[in-house]
Design a protein around this ligand. Structure first.
Ligand code: URA
Length: 234
């Protein structure tokens, strides 16, 4: 980052005034007077008039409509596309909050606010996640009842009670809305398998009150102040 930007982000003064300070020789990097246009590197110690400064970390929050076929991770050692490929040059180092499977689409949050991310994805499951699942075969009321009560998916404990609504039923494919608080690995897919249905498509539509709305697949947007406040108050 340019030294003038670094100074401005530290809340000392504007970028233009920062250049004036640098030109006057009032800015040192690693104890040496810095030239205008200097690029600050990791580990550099910057002082303005003898005072050490550091940029404040700006918190940023995005909602992405993840397409199927993308890894929820910053990098992939197998060279597959990651959700970061969909975000153009974020000004801060953001990362995904929780995980959606490679084949799952829908609402994914990304932020650099680690505290909020941990809070939302805490295993105690404060936040409800809503999914739409297209499953193979006729999904019956009896299947819904089993999932509402909790099912054995091969873990130590059965799943916690879930909210289930059958949206569409045919002999070949059914669409089911699933609301869960837990966030176990491949949980919705494993819950459906436990009642005899293979998931054909899985899409997350909401995290708590945050909804994808009309956000197109592959697109992202910043959260509003109101949405950020909502997440902080959860
Ligand atoms: N449940 C799943 O099975 N997969 C996801 O990606 C999210 C929830």
């Amino acid at each position: 980052m340019r030294l003038n930007k670094y100074i401005a982000h530290s809340g000392v003064t504007s970028r233009r005034k920062a250049d004036e300070l640098i030109a006057k020789g009032m800015v040192k990097v690693n104890g040496v007077t810095a030239p205008v246009g200097y690029e600050v590197r990791d580990g550099d110690i910057v002082e303005v008039s003898g005072q050490k400064i550091r940029p404040e970390k700006k918190m940023v929050y995005y909602m992405l409509n993840k397409p199927a076929g993308y890894i929820t991770s910053r990098e992939d050692d197998r060279g597959r596309k990651t959700v970061m490929d969909l975000i153009d040059d974020p000004e801060e180092r953001i990362y995904p909050v929780g995980r959606l499977d490679y084949h799952t689409s829908g609402l994914l949050l990304l932020t650099n606010d680690g505290e909020l991310a941990n809070h939302i994805m805490h295993p105690s499951g404060i936040v409800e996640k809503t999914y739409l699942a297209d499953v193979k075969g006729l999904f019956r009321i009896a299947d819904a009842q089993k999932l509402r009560r909790g099912v054995d998916i091969g873990d130590r404990r059965p799943t916690a009670p879930a909210e289930i609504e059958i949206v569409r039923q045919t002999e070949s494919v059914s669409t089911v809305m699933v609301k869960i608080h837990e966030g176990r690995n491949r949980q919705v897919r494993r819950m459906m398998e436990a009642v005899g249905h293979e998931v054909l498509q899985l899409h997350r539509t909401a995290i708590g009150n945050l909804k994808l709305g009309h956000l197109k697949v592959g697109r992202y947007r910043r959260l509003s102040e109101h949405e950020i406040r909502y997440l902080r108050n959860l």
